[in-house]
Write a protein of this length. Structure first.
Length: 173
């Protein structure tokens, strides 16, 4: 599979930044464009290993406001990458606390999968994800998650007029 990096976007400090993780190029393209149409700046990773590297690299600069990750991928799945990131994130928070600094708020991770049964949702939450959106991807469901869970540091990045351009997208697979 060809490497997929950032989906071009007009760079603006008011845009929310999402790391979109999926091993299917068409899903990265379709969901990436949907997110872009709704005010996001999108960066992509093809597996959990890539996402873990990108999250760690961007942690100190608040490079992302959230990660939207598929659950089942080759190399490293979304469960494992989330679990590893949560352990690393806790280490960073503990270090900040020990240094007398205010630790960063918990990073928002939303899982997505065509397997939308109760067990898949519970497995996502158990791995450390904060929410779950089934495929086919429904932007209104993600909007509801963001409205209640988007960290305050990111809420100031939300454009004042970011209308929902599409509500549901049928994805391949």
């Amino acid at each position: 599979m060809a490497a997929v990096n950032a989906i071009p976007s007009s760079s603006s400090s008011t845009q929310r930044k999402v790391l979109l993780v999926d091993d299917t190029a068409s899903i990265l393209k379709v969901v990436g464009r949907l997110l872009k149409m709704n005010g996001f700046q999108v960066d992509c990773a093809e597996n959990g290993s890539q996402s873990l590297e990108k999250l760690k690299a961007a942690y100190e600069t608040d490079g992302y406001d959230l990660m939207l990750s598929d659950l089942q991928m080759p190399v490293m799945d979304g469960f494992e990458s989330t679990s590893r990131f949560r352990a690393w994130e806790k280490e960073q928070q503990d270090k900040a606390t020990a240094a007398g600094q205010t630790p960063k708020a918990r990073f928002l991770i939303v899982g997505m999968s065509a397997n939308s049964d109760a067990q898949s949702k519970q497995n996502a939450l158990d791995a450390g994800m904060d929410a779950f959106c089934p495929k086919p991807f429904n932007y209104k469901e993600l909007e509801a998650v963001l409205a209640t869970r988007m960290p305050k540091r990111a809420s100031s990045r939300v454009p004042s007029s970011a209308p929902s351009q599409a509500s549901s997208v049928r994805l391949p697979g």
